[in-house]
Design a protein around this ligand. Structure first.
Ligand code: HEC
Ligand code: HEC
Length: 275
């Protein structure tokens, strides 16, 4: 749980004066043992499916209530505030109070908190070794993604994905690539007056030129005067059939592998940042 507060702090660091950040982590109120505890999280998940999923979605993706996985969607509450929100609800909103024993309320809080924890911290059932093979092998992920300098350039570098994104978000990126907006990676096909066709993602566009990065990573700077036709895709360039191409087990394996991708040893960030 220490780790989570650190990563929340990193996000808040821009907003909080240094002193406040320091106080919160040092003299912070006593932690409830449920927070970060895998068994409590599992118990909280069950309660969540019964009492919360109808409004917040089965994986916290939101619905009638806000998305609980996006840190921005609900200002990350500290543990006690989260507990109180679940216990008392949010007055004059749809979010109801919940009449449950304290232990169960903490289990719920632990589960909700785990939704925003980076994948590196989650307990995942997949086999990371098998996922690694899939990534470099028949999954073809490495055609477009790099890990520590190896792999393709069309998609984002995934070297730090486990430290930055919650597991469910990564799963969603794989099975439903359009879900996250993909705005930085608009697929584009440029047909040049010379007859040549260049496919890739659009990088920079002005009225006069466009940069297209192809699957090999080569950046083509095209002057609009040489372009006959420019077609933007409505979809992420990432294939959309992984949910059917892979078994559930294979997806779990991939997820377990990606969760391990962290450019820094995960636990040590705390000390490094305090310096
Ligand atoms: C009937 C729908 C509904 C149910 C059931 C529900 N919520 Fe909510 N929840 C909401 C709405 C709506 C909001 C937004 C309230 C607001 O700030 O206006 C919300 C807000 C929240 C927030 C963010 C509060 C904040 O201050 O940012 C958390 C955390 C939360 N809910 C957790 C839960 C948990 C855990 C459960 C199950 C015990 C649950 N909710 C059940 C509708 C619901
Ligand atoms: C044809 C190229 C291509 C292939 C093949 C591909 N991806 Fe992607 N991927 C992309 C692009 C482009 C994005 C960014 C746009 C988006 O989010 O959809 C992306 C986004 C992602 C993200 C979200 C990254 C982030 O920073 O949020 C993950 C995770 C991911 N891909 C995993 C995979 C995995 C695992 C595979 C193999 C099973 C794979 N991708 C195969 C192109 C590809």
């Amino acid at each position: 749980m220490k780790i989570i507060s650190v990563c929340l702090c990193a996000g808040l660091a821009l907003l909080l004066p240094l002193g406040a950040q320091h106080d919160a982590s040092k003299e912070g109120k006593k932690k409830n043992p449920a927070m970060g505890n895998p068994e409590a999280i599992a118990a909280g998940m069950k309660l969540y499916q019964g009492s919360c999923a109808a409004c917040h979605g089965t994986t916290g993706q939101g619905g009638r209530g806000p998305n609980l996985r996006q840190r921005g969607a609900w200002h990350p509450l500290d543990d006690d505030a989260l507990y109180r929100t679940i216990q008392k609800g949010v007055p004059s909103s749809d979010m109801p109070a919940l009449n449950l024993p304290e232990a169960q309320l903490w289990q719920l809080a632990a589960f909700v908190r785990s939704l925003t924890a980076p994948a590196a911290e989650a307990q995942l059932s997949g086999d990371a070794r098998a996922g690694e093979e899939l990534f470099w092998g028949k999954g073809n992920c490495s055609n477009c993604h790099r890990l520590l300098g190896r792999g393709g350039m069309l998609g984002p570098d995934l070297s730090n994905i486990g430290a930055t994104k919650p597991a469910e978000d990564i799963r969603e990126s794989i099975v439903d690539p359009d879900a996250d907006g993909f705005l930085r990676y608009k697929g584009v096909t440029a047909v040049l007056k010379s007859g040549q066709t260049i496919k890739g993602v659009a990088r920079n566009r002005t009225n006069y030129s466009i940069q297209v990065q192809d699957a090999q990573g080569t950046l083509h700077l095209l002057s609009m005067t040489n372009v006959k036709q420019l077609t933007f895709s409505d979809h992420s360039p990432m294939p959309r059939d992984f949910a059917t191409r892979f078994s559930k087990r294979e997806l779990d394996n991939l997820l377990a592998f990606l969760a391990k991708q962290s450019v820094r040893p995960y636990e040590r960030e705390d000390k490094e940042e305090k310096k």
